[in-house]
Design a protein. Sequence first.
Length: 367
Amino acid sequence: MILEYIVGFNCGIIGLPNVGKSTIFNALSSAEAEMANYPFCTIEPNRGIVPVPDERLFSIADVLKKENPIQTRIEFIDVAGLVRGASKGEGLGNKFLGHIRDVEAIVHVVRCFQASDVVHISGEVDPLGDVEIVRTELMLADLEILEKAHGKQINTARSGDTDAKARISVIEGCLEHLNGGQSLKTLELAQDAQNLLREYGLITYKPVLYCANIDEENSYQDRVKKLESYAGEENSACISIIGKLEEEISELPSEEKREFLQGMGIEKSGLDRLIHASHTLLDLITYYTAATQLQAWTLRRGTTALHAAGKIHTDFERGFIRADVYRYDDLMDAGSVHGVKESGRLRSEGKDYIIADGDIVHYHFNL
């Protein structure tokens, strides 16, 4: 049984209070999260699951004559605003930090808009100052986790556990890096060390996409440039979104939305740009299955055919025989599956084949 849709990955939306997190969340998910001009409006995280825009999917549907193709999904989680002292429990910080530990990537909304009717928590619009407040709290939270883990592993190592000794070395390196004022994502680590950090749910190791929330008054250019430079220095990504505009058009039908954006001179909506930036950030690819219903799937780059099959259904992985594979570009060029076969571009691959972006795959398996 194939699920109606698959949530490809999730992103936690964070930032200080009153930076427009819930506005952007509404624009992305049309979930109508509660908004107010005061801190901690969003106590429990709001969740929105939205389809990933995919022009290739609908082109494939046209060629294969498949109705109602199923897009892959992304989940956005709107976490309550963090404040200075969150790592010590200020503003219900411990609860909010716990929500961030569970996500795969972080969208950090940074206020770059000027609005006298929306108070700023520190009194003035200062994007880099805001980022540093949040960054410091996340680093302090990771330090606390690692210090506790360090003590536990030392006790375990005393019993002669060699794995514990290896973990201590990794933890001590991370503690030194954090105490030096650097996020963990800027630390070069071996694969086993990376797996350990994911096991602990360390926040500053997660990939970050900075989202500059701008206005339409062109008063934000210098602020955005500084934020882009900051993001580049820590190997993070950065995009700009007019949050209020995106929210206003989020309820429009697709055709009207497209016309509105074209009229504004905007090539892609904030949602489209945010999703594509997130894909790049997490090194994700999209591939397709069409044995019955046409469906898009999201995978981490480097996933084998065997593991990709298992993400659809465990039976596919358990009884895997082979995968018939052809490329999206080959289908568009040939105009039909028959044409792909005739041109010799349909391949039979084994379980170790690495699924590529744009692959169209038919799994053969034995129950």
